[in-house]
Design a binder for this molecule. Sequence first.
Ligand code: CO
Length: 134
Amino acid sequence: MIGRLNHVAIAVPDLEAAAEQYRSALGANVGAPQDEPDHGVTVIFIELPNTKIELLYPLGDASPIQGFLDKNPAGGIHHICYEVDDILSARDHLIETGARVLGSGEPKIGAHGKPVLFLHPKDFNGCLVELEQV
Ligand code: CO
């Protein structure tokens, strides 16, 4: 059912420093910061030949990233995103297998303008999983 790894998201305590490190030290193709008020984050996408890295930084008072950074002050991997062809049928299948979908259970439009859902990390070996319909 799942397809390609779309991105790995890393929560960072200093967005500019992280972007500069990927640009200078790692020689990566680093995009511009984008505010995503619906998700409470500012993101920077880094294009790699086979996938993307998503740097996440809190935006606003109720950002879901702030709690993560409080527990992980140096930053850390926040989620991984797999591509699916049909997000609603993927969701329904996952619910049948006992997985929990976060939030209302309805897809939201994610940072790439495509429908996304998040799956409970306790159901996936401690890893928050994002599904994105491509
Ligand atoms: Co993501």
